[in-house]
Design a protein around this ligand. Structure first.
Ligand code: CMP
Length: 145
């Protein structure tokens, strides 16, 4: 048997976005996340300033949708959380579905709850490295369990 050289990480970072909060979908989305086997390692309910949203999404700074994205993400409260599970990043991306909800598979969180590509209900880290960067943007070591 060949050795697995690169272990996938066991944490990912998520935000339940302003549309999900506004529509009272925090509870149903968290229930789906728990049911899929993710443990909540850290959690906060807060509203980002436009500047903070800009810092979080700095990797997208040159994209045409950056202005819309940061405006939207600062438009209301969000839930930020660190989730733990084996293979967390890729399993969570499967659970949430495609960025554009019209392309998301049936049964995924975005298919069920997202309104548009910007108001797409949830964020999920796209790599182990970004999961770690994004988690530490919101949470200190003392806030992780
Ligand atoms: P998220 O997973 O939070 O990561 C980056 C976000 O940018 C993405 O979800 C979308 O909400 C948003 N996004 C990506 N493409 C577009 C687009 N074409 N127009 C508006 N927002 C977009």
């Amino acid at each position: 048997m060949p050795k697995i050289l690169k272990m996938s990480g066991n944490i990912t970072f998520t935000m339940l976005k302003p549309d999900a909060v506004e529509a009272n979908n925090i509870g149903p989305i968290l229930a789906m996340i728990n049911k899929a086997g993710f443990k909540i390692k850290a959690m906060k309910y807060l509203r980002l300033s436009r500047e903070q949203a800009g810092m979080f999404y700095e990797v997208h700074k040159e994209r045409p949708f950056y202005g819309e994205l940061t405006q939207y993400m600062s438009s209301g409260p969000i839930v930020a959380a660190i989730l733990e599970k084996n293979n967390a990043v890729s399993d969570f991306r499967k659970l949430i579905g495609a960025t554009d909800p019209s392309k998301a598979e049936e049964g995924t969180i975005r298919k069920m709850f997202a309104k548009s590509i910007a108001a797409n209900a949830v964020h999920g880290s796209d790599s182990d490295e970004n999961a770690s960067i994004e988690s530490s943007f919101f949470f200190s070591k003392l806030e992780q369990f």
